[in-house]
Design a protein around this ligand. Structure first.
Ligand SMILES: [Zn+2]
Length: 457
């Protein structure tokens, strides 16, 4: 059953803590009423701790969970993003729909426990391992949607336009055969997902990158698209910036701002290598960026100009991408630590001049708002009309124990808690209670899938 009346001693509303909060979730799974400074009425369920809204994980490749922690040895003289990608493809080529469902269910359970209540899946694995289409072109999409439904997390599916191996190459490489799509195929996948009628599932589209899709195909994909998210990998790697310059005379973000009909639907994933002019042009367009700090660190991508994006007011979301980390406090911490290491200063992302001295709060508020937009939601967070999602903080967690209430978010991000969220609600239903989630056999199925995946030659 969804819906109900809840009361908490404090909750994160309008970007800050509010006290004595009453919340009513409607039968439609959205917040129908929110009141602050009010005593708990007898019929309300009193929640076990302070409340935060759930965040959106705005960039995921679920199958890569099967690879996390397994690319951390350097066996040749040089190891970079491209050698990592070759190894990652070996998993991509092997995984079956059943294995994908098992891997994704484990991932989604971990993401939920890590404080995400919605995931944007940048989904480019479409065909059977020999490259032939499945009888149902959405076979692997349903594996992901079933996994999300099993766990009770929201899912934004983004089928990916992926048609060539590079700027100068008309087609994909042999080891990219499972990814092949064109604009019409992506639109058909998007429509099939959007019209499924499944609760907690919506769909937009993605473009793998400028190197992987021709300008005419990008134009065809987006020309008739409605108000749905459009995600694209951009400027993650210096080699990609150089290739784009060589092929078009422009840098990738620059090219997009001049040639794509950018607006608030568009999300530029990574946007690691940017210039001041590119940031300003993107700010004028209304498009957002999705930064994936743990993966960008793991892959040696480089550091985004985070102060530049934040100060320009560009919407910012975070993504766990390759899933080497699966909790948002860790992503926010690395967002800030990257900048501290670069600038040799502290609290780089805070803005006392703008009345935002708390680094964690500024990053959290940006990721909250940017994430909702990246998943295609007009309203997101603890507000009337938004989906009734919440996280109940476990103030008995070692990192939060004894922390003054107004500093809980700071400690949550910067003091490395173990299991900070005690209870989690998605769309008015409890999906985690006292740290226990749905799906008792999730871990066992994942372990079996891992064993099968890693035993094969
Ligand atoms: Zn990605």
């Amino acid at each position: 059953m969804s819906g109900g009346l809840f009361w908490a001693p404090r909750a994160w509303i309008d970007g800050r803590w509010a006290e004595s909060v009453l919340l009513r979730a409607g039968d439609d799974g959205h917040w129908a009423e929110l009141r602050t400074g009010t005593a708990a009425p007898p019929q309300a369920e009193v929640l076990a701790g302070p409340l935060l809204p759930g965040l959106v994980d705005a960039h995921s490749h679920a199958f890569q969970r099967a690879f996390a922690g397994l690319a951390e040895r350097r066996e040749t003289e040089h190891d970079d993003f491209w050698s990592w990608r070759d190894r990652m493809y070996r998993v991509a080529l092997r995984i079956t729909p059943e294995q994908l469902r098992a891997v994704a269910a484990q991932l989604f359970a971990e993401l939920l426990q890590g404080g995400y209540t919605q995931v944007c899946e940048f989904h480019y694995l479409q065909h059977d391992s020999d490259g032939r289409p499945y009888a149902d072109p959405l076979a692997l999409s349903w594996a992901l949607a079933d996994a999300a439904a099993d766990i009770g997390i929201g899912l934004t599916m983004l089928p990916v336009l992926y048609e060539r191996a590079g700027f100068g190459s008309p087609r994909l490489r042999e080891d990219q055969r499972r990814f092949a799509t064109d604009a019409d195929a992506v639109l058909a996948l998007q429509r099939g997902l959007q019209s499924s009628g499944r609760p907690l599932l919506n769909a937009g589209v993605a473009i793998h990158s400028l190197r992987a899709a021709a300008p005419a195909s990008i134009a065809r994909l987006v020309e008739s698209l409605g108000k749905v998210p459009i995600h694209i990998h951009v400027a993650e790697q210096i080699a990609e910036v150089d290739d784009c310059l060589k092929a078009t005379g422009q840098r990738p973000i620059e090219w997009l701002t001049r040639h794509a009909p950018l607006d608030a639907r568009w999300q530029l994933v990574h946007a690691t290598h940017s210039t001041r002019d590119e940031i300003d042009a993107l700010a004028r367009s209304g498009a957002g960026v999705v930064i994936c700090p743990s993966t960008e660190g793991n892959l040696g991508d480089g550091l985004a100009d985070l102060p530049g994006w934040l100060d320009a007011g560009v919407p910012m979301a975070i993504g766990s991408d390759s899933h080497v980390a699966r909790a948002w406090p860790e992503e926010l911490r690395w967002l800030e630590y990257g900048q501290r290491l670069r600038h040799r200063q502290r609290n780089v992302c805070a803005s006392p001049a703008a009345g935002e001295p708390a680094t964690a709060a500024r990053l959290f508020n940006r990721a909250l708002q940017g994430g909702g937009g990246a998943a295609g939601f007009g309203r997101w967070g603890l507000m009337v009309g938004a989906r009734a999602d919440l996280l109940v903080l476990d103030t008995q967690d070692a990192a939060l124990l004894g922390v003054p209430a107004e500093r809980l978010l700071d400690a949550l991000v910067f003091s490395s808690p173990g299991r900070p969220f005690r209870d989690i609600m998605v769309a008015g239903r409890w999906t985690l209670r006292a740290h226990r989630g749905n799906g008792d056999d999730t871990a066992a199925r994942f372990a079996a899938a891992m064993q099968a995946l890693w035993q094969q030659p």
